[in-house]
Design a protein around this ligand. Structure first.
Ligand code: HDE
Length: 702
């Protein structure tokens, strides 16, 4: 059978999501000719004649051990699972590339930063932290943002999060912190949630977590999409140039589409309506050719600058405000291809903080140091042996020459007589002092101690700075999140301990939370090792609302239609959204579609029950008077409208929809607009760019 390797029109490798493609034994893609079906074989390659029935004696007799095809099939199935990641178990990945803007040779000798326009293949895995592999996407949680860059000098993994600080300062506390947030060990719940006694018990006993807690209680922990969130390397790293001169560096990923999150009430409902909301969003965007993009930015500084801070740059519970060191964009990351197979790539990808190329080095951040130890260990357990770098997703895309050999599942071994060096035959690779990885020759001296540096002692000042940097809406969300989480804590003393920490961050916040929890009196302030500063200036970079998009690109409008609706208006709206780079999804009483007044059929993507408005960034209601009569009797249609209103979304509607809006309790405001014809469509799309009408939130209780 002759096959031609497949390419897309752009020349890029085609994807196996095209059902007419198969992967050849060498990994290449082939087009299957029409009517051409592959013959099913065993794993050993033997053609199979019958895959519907086991081998038996007689039609109703016992199954024979001799049935090697059955045995192999069941054996393989029984071994399909590997341990899920102990943290970040639920994740979703995509392929893409990183493109360098300009040479950074002045700061780093890393090959990836030497040439403007250099493109480096990349794989990214986003994740939640606490939930297991099958948990829901909209948990209140940190999101992992792990990037593998296949550079010409080996893989560089920036294993970051969507939050720039962490819960703890020293790696030795990681197992405690993770145990506390995961399901409680006796009852095995709650799953993928921090709203329980154990988590808040640990946190309330760990003041260093307070800055992180402010982030996790903010809407950063419920992003609208992976595409609309930032990523952070968290720790301070080093760049080393050709002269081995060191510059400290922090890594930040900034989404081109701006920041956006959902509100908690929406998150709870999305988890029910579509637990895969984030993965579906990434899949849909990439399949539609709407490739998400981030800029990699660096904050660069030297030792002298670092010494000027009140805090320690080795402390992972601190940020360097962007107003103090402006992040410089150094390249862009584009995700343009989904994996062919989730397990092979997204599940088996092994990120390791210790994967750095020459020119990038570590700092002494005690969390980073501990991570460098942990990630190799975890891959060994998860992937079952030392040869996990032979798995294609983990294999570097540059030449490798070393003497590591044998072991489980070895796919490659050194060839020839010499598997050691030095040897007398001049065989095999040798190290290269100039090109090879060199660590920064930092002078280290001191006693062996188990101590936390005094420079790590301020736990409240930046927590407060984060809070005062938020808009009023965002501050309210933080207060509501803390109230919600602590309302699930059954032990009063834990709630009180938390409020006593909040008093060190913002008294108004502490009072609101205490009042909403029904505390009669305020506890006394927690003792602080260092007096919290209240003069750190607000930083706009810390707010989501202040860093939203400048267009509605990449967002989605849900359009509720009925029989007899204005089909031309639906088409005008679709065209206007298309021009904006936004998507539209039809929500109809039946997926089979509705018949518009002009006789055209509008197919439904969702039936109302399956397409609640929480799945959309804005909604339009284009129905006929009869449709309105019918829909206002349906709870799901009323919820569609009421939720969109309560979640402060922009709502466009035809006049005929008014009875449905009235029934749903919608009060007129500037975010509720009438579509009286095509001319009103442009105004609606323009309003949508603001994403939400937060002013409405005062009226509705979220
Ligand atoms: Fe991780 N972390 N971590 N972590 N982490 C893992 O490695 C660990 C930390 C992060 O999509 C594990 O392959 C320790 C900070 C991401 O595959 C494990 C400490 C940050 C991912 C591990 C930390 C992260 C992981 C589990 C404290 C943000 C998912 C499975 C010293 C900067 C990567 C695995 C993926 C995964 C250990 C703290 C980010 C057990 C010991 C801080 C994004 O090795």
């Amino acid at each position: 059978m002759a096959r031609t390797p497949a390419k897309t029109p752009s020349g890029k490798a085609a994807s196996l999501h095209d059902q007419t493609l198969v992967r050849g034994t060498g990994g290449e893609l082939h087009q299957i000719a029409e009517g051409d079906t592959e013959i099913l074989t065993t794993s050993q390659g033997a053609p199979v004649a019958d895959d519907q029935n086991t081998l038996k004696i007689g039609q109703r007799g016992p199954t024979l051990i001799e049935d090697f095809h059955f045995r192999e099939k069941i054996f393989h199935f029984d071994h399909e699972r590997i341990p899920e990641r102990v943290v970040h178990a639920r994740g979703y990945g995509a392929h893409g590339y990183f493109e360098t803007y300009d040479s950074l040779a002045k700061y780093t000798r890393a090959d990836i930063f030497q040439r403007a326009g250099e493109k480096t293949p990349a794989f990214v895995r986003f994740s939640t932290v606490a939930g297991s592999k099958g948990s829901f996407d909209l948990a209140r949680d940190v999101r992992g943002f792990a990037v593998k860059l296949y550079t010409k000098e080996g893989n560089w993994d920036i294993v970051g999060n969507n939050i720039p600080v962490f819960f703890i300062q020293d790696a030795i506390k990681f197992p405690d912190m993770v145990h506390a947030v995961k399901e409680e060990p006796d009852r095995a719940f709650p799953q993928a949630q921090s709203a329980h006694d154990n988590f808040w018990d640990f946190i309330s006993l760990t003041p260093e977590s307070m800055h992180m807690i402010m982030w996790v209680m903010s809407d950063r922990a419920i992003p609208r999409s992976y595409r609309f969130m930032e990523g952070f390397g968290v720790h301070t790293f080093r760049f080393l140039n050709a002269k081995d001169e060191s510059t400290f560096v922090k890594f930040l990923w900034k989404p081109k589409l701006g920041l956006q999150s959902v509100v908690w009430n929406e998150a709870v409902k999305i988890n029910g309506a579509d637990p895969d909301f984030h993965r579906r969003d990434l899949w849909d965007a990439i399949q539609a050719g709407d490739f998400p993009e981030w800029e990699l930015c660096v904050q660069l500084f030297d030792q002298e600058f670092a010494d000027g801070f009140d805090f320690d740059i080795l402390d992972p519970t601190k940020i360097i405000p962007e107003e103090i060191i402006e992040p410089i964009p150094v390249g862009r990351l584009v995700l343009d291809r989904m994996p062919d197979n989730f397990f092979a790539e997204t599940e088996q990808v092994a990120f390791m903080t210790q994967n750095v190329p020459p020119g990038v080095d570590f700092s002494n951040d005690p969390l980073l140091q501990g991570r460098n130890f942990s990630y190799l260990d975890t891959q060994l357990k998860r992937l079952g042996g030392p040869n996990f770098t032979h798995i294609p997703i983990n294999a570097p895309k540059c030449p490798m020459h070393h003497f590591q050999q044998d072991g489980h599942m070895a796919m490659r071994n050194p060839v020839g007589r010499a598997n050691y060096q030095p040897n007398s035959w001049g065989l095999g690779p040798r190290e290269h002092p100039q090109k090879g990885f060199r660590s920064f020759a930092d002078a280290e001296e001191g006693q062996k101690v188990r101590l936390r540096a005094e420079s790590f002692a301020d736990h409240y000042s930046q927590a407060r700075q984060f809070f005062v940097s938020q808009t009023v809406t965002e501050q309210k969300h933080i207060a509501m999140a803390l109230t919600f989480e602590l309302s699930k804590v059954e032990t009063p003393v834990i709630r009180e301990r938390m409020v006593s920490h909040l008093l060190n961050i913002d008294e108004g916040l502490a009072e609101t939370v205490a009042e909403k929890l029904g505390m009669k009196t305020l506890p006394k302030k927690a003792d602080a090792a260092v007096a919290p500063r209240d003069d750190l200036p607000a930083s706009d970079a810390l707010s989501i609302v202040k860093n939203g998009p400048d267009s509605f690109k990449g967002r989605k409008v849900g359009v509720l239609v009925s029989d007899g609706c204005d089909g031309a208006l639906v088409k005008t709206l679709e065209a206007a959204l298309g021009k904006e780079g936004a998507m539209m999804e039809i929500v109809a009483p039946r997926v089979g579609g509705v018949e518009a007044s002009d006789g055209s059929i509008i197919e439904g993507k969702q039936m109302i029950d399956g397409g609640p408005s929480v799945l959309y960034d804005a909604v339009a209601i284009i129905i006929s008077p009869e449709g309105a009569d019918q829909l206002l009797k349906e709870a799901t249609a009323r919820d569609f409208v009421a939720d969109a209103f309560a979640h402060c979304k922009f709502i466009a509607h035809v006049k005929a929809a008014q009875p449905l809006l009235d029934k749903a309790g919608v009060e007129p405001d500037e975010g509720v607009m009438v579509l009286d014809g095509a001319a009103d469509v442009a105004g609606f799309v323009e309003s949508c760019r603001k994403l939400r009408l937060w002013a409405r939130e005062m009226k509705v209780k979220l």
